[in-house]
Design a protein around this ligand. Structure first.
Ligand code: NAD
Length: 279
């Protein structure tokens, strides 16, 4: 018995790296898996790997950043497997670029794949899940959303995926569709690009258990959460929230803002960049 027995799951960007690991683990746990990637060969290889080890999978090549392609991906899962029980929005591209060196093309590429891709496949999947009255979406985000140098555009797309997770979990809870996010750490082609990779990164497969858990009914109370891997720990990421530190004025003139900033708002500035909240 696998924890995903009888479920149909789509994993985007699953032709290699983390997506491949998520797809293999989901299949090993009993899911029928649609293996998407823009790299058709990669998707075919992973689907074949799953079939060779006795699992059920099909390859679906195409870009998540294309609305029609995203629709066809979801339609294919419905047609072949009769449902869309799970979606892992994993397809992503990294750009390590300081803000002044970005171009229209570099910005569009990151936003279109990482954010629009998840929105496009997610929107089509959500419609199927609402009809079914169940489903689980896992958005693959990143610690870059917390603020890391040269990762402004990439981190912004990943922060947007966290915001999407919060909002969609609210929109969809009445339909029994759950939405969570996971920020992995693994040695992949993407981390090979980074000049500041910590040593001894975990294998992609060591990130798959949490994604399978979030896809499965074992996590049926869990929605709207962002879980991050830090070393060998899984950590709950705090949601952005209002603090109790504020200032009041009848009219917010510049003088009133100056009075408000000194001392209250200035004194309670937040740490900038990757930080751990201490209670
Ligand atoms: N590796 C890490 O430590 C790490 C850390 C944080 C977040 N992530 C996220 O995990 C996800 C997987 O990253 P990875 O490390 O396995 O990288 P990777 O580069 O090995 O894999 C990304 C996959 O996405 C595919 N892809 C790219 N554009 C696509 C598109 N338009 N449509 C469909 N597929 C597309 C690629 O062909 C590739 O197979 C990404 O979203 C990444 O941002 C990775």
């Amino acid at each position: 018995m696998g924890v995903l027995d009888g479920k149909a799951v789509i994993v985007t960007g699953a032709g290699r790296g983390l997506g491949r690991a998520f797809a293999l683990d989901a299949a090993q746990q009993g899911a029928s898996v649609v293996v998407n990637d823009i790299d058709a060969d990669g998707a075919e290889k992973v689907a074949a790997e799953i079939a060779e080890s006795g699992g059920q999978a099909l390859a679906s090549a195409g870009s998540v950043a294309d609305w029609d392609c995203a629709g066809e991906l979801v339609a294919r899962c419905l047609k072949e497997y009769g449902a869309v029980d799970g979606l892992v929005n994993n397809a992503g591209v990294l750009s390590l670029t300081p803000p002044w060196a970005e171009t229209e093309d570099s910005l569009r590429r990151v936003v279109e794949v990482n954010l629009l891709g998840a929105l496009f496949v997610g929107t089509h999947a959500v419609r199927a899940m609402i009809d079914q009255g169940s489903g689980s979406i896992v958005n693959i985000t990143s610690s870059a959303q917390l603020g890391l140098a040269t990762m402004g555009a990439y981190g912004a797309t990943k922060g947007a995926l966290a915001s999407l997770t919060y909002s969609w979990s609210i929109d969809l809870r009445g339909y029994f569709v759950r939405v969570n996010a996971y920020a992995p750490v693994a040695a992949t082609a993407m981390t090979d690009m980074s000049p500041v990779v910590p040593p001894d990164l975990p294998e992609p497969a060591d990130n798959a258990g949490i994604v399978t858990y979030l896809l499965s009914d074992l996590s049926d109370e869990i929605s709207g959460q962002v879980i991050q891997r830090r070393g060998n720990r899984l950590v709950v990421l705090a949601h952005p929230c209002l603090t109790e530190h504020g200032a009041d004025a009848d009219t917010w003139t510049v003088d009133a803002v100056v009075d408000g900033f000194d001392p209250v708002l200035r004194e309670h500035r937040e740490a900038v960049g990757y930080a751990i909240k201490r209670s």
